[in-house]
Design a protein around this ligand. Structure first.
Ligand SMILES: Cc1cc2nc3c(=O)[nH]c(=O)nc-3n(C[C@H](O)[C@H](O)[C@H](O)COP(=O)(O)O)c2cc1C
Length: 216
């Protein structure tokens, strides 16, 4: 199993049903013996709210953690049509200019990004006639473009809709599907049909896109 980093961002994990079940499945995957091709292979879990209760994210340490990661997984509940704040702060602090994008910023190029999330709204609410008015995919361009800008491939998300009313069995199925995917990565049938990694010649951020720091 290639190196996988699962980042959980749940502001209130004690109240969670879905993310908690997903993380239990991830823990089992992390502990399972693998046919490791290299000593570095396997699954690492990072519970972002537990690791950074003060919101003081250690950017250099987190960039180091990503060094050998081939699949980056973001596990979080969908909050206000987006990611919880500490997940967003992780992006702000970790995906730095000259490392993740811009000149020399190719540290994540050729890796995969997978979103595993859940919504309170049932699937039919994510429809022009539903109370969320848009298909769920309409909320994903910020994720997809973030991945593209840093040269990552955005894999089809795993979504559990209608979390509030989901039965224990539905949540267990979701966690099982998640664990199966982890074990099978990168041998997912749909990956063959996905476009290859983004061509960053078309989306490279030029070196003069940011103001030059003034010497004072
Ligand atoms: C602050 C907050 C914002 C939320 N925003 C949304 C939303 O935009 N769309 C939606 O479908 N559900 C929304 N929900 C419901 C969560 O997605 C739902 O509680 C979560 O998926 C359940 O997962 P868990 O069991 O891991 O907590 C929101 C919940 C909270 C607490």
């Amino acid at each position: 199993m290639p190196r996988i980093l699962v980042i959980l961002a749940h502001p209130d994990l004690a109240q969670s049903r879905v993310a908690k079940a997903v993380m239990v499945a991830a823990q089992a995957a992390a502990q399972a013996p693998t046919q490791a091709e290299a000593a570095d292979d396997g699954v690492e879990l990072l519970d972002l709210y537990a690791r950074y209760p003060d919101y003081l994210i250690d950017g250099p340490a987190e960039r180091q953690r990503l060094a050998q990661v081939r699949l980056l997984v973001w596990v979080h509940p969908f909050h206000w049509y987006a990611m919880p704040p500490l997940m967003k702060l992780w992006l702000d602090q970790v995906l730095s200019f000259g490392w993740a994008y811009g000149p020399g910023g190719d540290a994540l190029r050729g890796r995969d990004l997978w979103l595993v999330t859940s919504t309170g709204g049932p699937q039919d609410s994510y429809h022009p006639a539903g109370y969320n008015r848009y298909a769920f995919d309409a909320f994903l361009p910020p994720y997809e473009q973030t991945a593209t800008l840093v040269g990552m491939r955005f894999l089809p998300p795993l979504v559990l809709y209608g979390a509030h009313r989901a039965s224990d069995a539905e949540i267990a199925d979701h966690a099982t599907e998640f664990a199966l995917r982890l074990r099978q990565y990168p041998h997912w049938p749909e990956l063959d049909r996905l476009a290859n990694y983004p061509d960053c010649a078309a989306c490279a951020v030029p070196g003069d896109a940011r103001p030059v720091a003034l010497d004072v």
